[in-house]
Design a binder for this molecule. Structure first.
Ligand code: SF4
Ligand code: SF4
Length: 183
């Protein structure tokens, strides 16, 4: 899926999708959660000019929709995933439990989505090489959101994440292969 990007917004120092998204392409395969071997710390993609098409079109929604800079995934610990958006579901992939989860900004944005009729899912990564866990939590969060109960909302988010952490993780079966640029 290729969504129009916000002008002027760049990934900067974030490389989170190069870590968490699995790839299983002829020229590049990497398990879920393994930082791509072409990703150079501090400099980004070392094969940028010839990177796979998948890398060219996959962007998190922080690059697409108006969210504050605090939402950048490496800062917030949350990747707002695009998959599911066609069905009206926004997936918050919580790669790290940060203080941002307990911020008024996070609460306000999620409350806004629910008010617009958008479904919200929470997701957490499993061990490296295993698929993440995910659950739609719209109705679970709704009572706290509609009551304006910030503390209750944070509590419900944390309980959802705790429950997802107990998931029966399934292996993705991807074996690493790095062959970009090789004929
Ligand atoms: S090839 Fe480049 S853009 Fe693609 S996952 Fe690896 S480092 Fe990221
Ligand atoms: S997760 Fe989003 S902000 Fe971070 S590198 Fe990927 S597209 Fe850029």
């Amino acid at each position: 899926m290729s969504l129009p990007l916000l002008p002027g917004r760049e990934c900067g120092g974030c490389v989170e999708c190069c870590r968490v998204i699995p790839l299983d392409l002829p020229e590049l395969a990497k398990p879920t959660g393994e930082l791509c071997g072409y990703c150079v710390n501090g400099a980004g993609c070392s094969v940028h000019a010839i990177r796979p098409q998948t890398c060219r079109v996959w962007f998190c929604l922080w690059r697409v929709i108006e969210l504050d800079d605090d939402w950048r995934p490496d800062r917030s610990g949350i990747i707002v995933r695009p998959d599911g958006i066609d069905e009206g579901v926004i997936t918050l992939f919580v790669i790290r439990r940060s203080e941002f989860l307990a911020s008024e900004d996070f609460f306000a944005v999620v409350a806004g989505w629910l008010a617009e009729g958008i479904e919200v899912a929470l997701s957490v990564p499993g061990p490296v090489g295993f698929f993440p866990a995910r659950a739609v939590v719209t109705e679970w969060l709704r009572p706290a959101v509609e009551a304006g109960d910030f503390e209750g909302f944070v509590g419900r988010v944390v309980r959802s994440l705790d429950r997802l952490d107990q998931h029966d993780w399934q292996p993705d079966g991807v074996l690493a292969r790095y062959a970009v640029g090789q004929a």
